[in-house]
Write a protein that binds this ligand. Sequence first.
Ligand SMILES: [Zn+2]
Length: 397
Amino acid sequence: MTVLALALALVLVLWVGVLLAFAGPLAARWREPVLRCPVLIVESDDWGAGPLAQADALARLAALLQRVRDRSGRPALMTLGVVLEVPDGARIAATGCTEYHALTLAEPRFDAVRAAIQDGTRAGVFIPQLHGQCHYWPPAVLAAAQADGSVRDWLTAPEPAATEDLPAPLQSRWVDASSLPSCALAAETVREAAAAEAAAYQAGFGRAPQVAIATTFVWNDAVEAAWSQSGIEVIITPGHRATCRNAAGLPDCVDATMLTGERSLAGQTYLVRDVYFEPALGHASQRLVDGLLSHTRQGRACLVETHRFNFLQTLDASLATLEAGLNAALTACPNLRFISPVELVRAIRDRDPDLIETRLMPRLAAWRARLDEIPRFRRVARLSGLSLPLAWLERAI
Ligand SMILES: [Zn+2]
């Protein structure tokens, strides 16, 4: 009996030790808000200044979204991560690639693109968000063009450029990746650029930007501070923050991880977007349903990332896959709600009882469903036997 009691005590001590070792991530997932119903937000980046074919793609997207409605009758929403300028190739070529000049979204040549964004916004299906003045850091692209003929050709092309064609490191706006590893930008430079792009966004869309998404998800504290001064309340993240491009050109120097509802140092609320849905890359409609179901089990909103290139390269097929995915999501979760990122953040901040769960058992169920994502926790729980009481908890819930 004494031996058994001792063994039991040792096991309990071991479990307490495991829980203490993972106390930070376990507590963070308990604090993270739990939603009362499935929420789906489709986020699409890179729209704005650029190829004129966007106008037709946006019009067809808006029509599609209006055909799909949640139980309240609200249409499906798509956020548009907007860029406000592309290079003015002819003018840059005239300077021998020594000066940067831009074509902004405000120019008459982009009338049809702007009108398509405004029509969808008025119809309640598009929500513009700030992706950046441009999808690159102009001095970095100009410097890279001196050594790289393909960058020079891209920068001096006579037609409005597609930023997807730039080498990936140069698509990061908030670092200088003209040579690798990238260099950080001066905080004052970032502040001035962020203020200028927020002003340009306000001039173009009639209101200050509330939500920002760093291009290629590379940004840092200086950018968040600058965004804060420009009125940005919400930052879309992939759940971590890369602050540089490494020697191989990949996003790196990760200095923070974040969960939905956590705050930046500058006070903005983070949202996490981590379901990738790119029909042009072969992603099927089921991917959207799977992402929604797993996030709903975790009591989280499902933020889906899908880029403009899907709707420029394979428009018909991408529209069909998106519509099939949205309809399948409604079939899988009939109480699904379409809401905007700002609405989600306001509900979290206000603890809106309509959307935020407060009952213990559903909160426990969501917390349990979140634990397996903690690095090493699942393995340690299995080896220590802690997975047994967790499984019991899951069954009890
Ligand atoms: Zn982008």
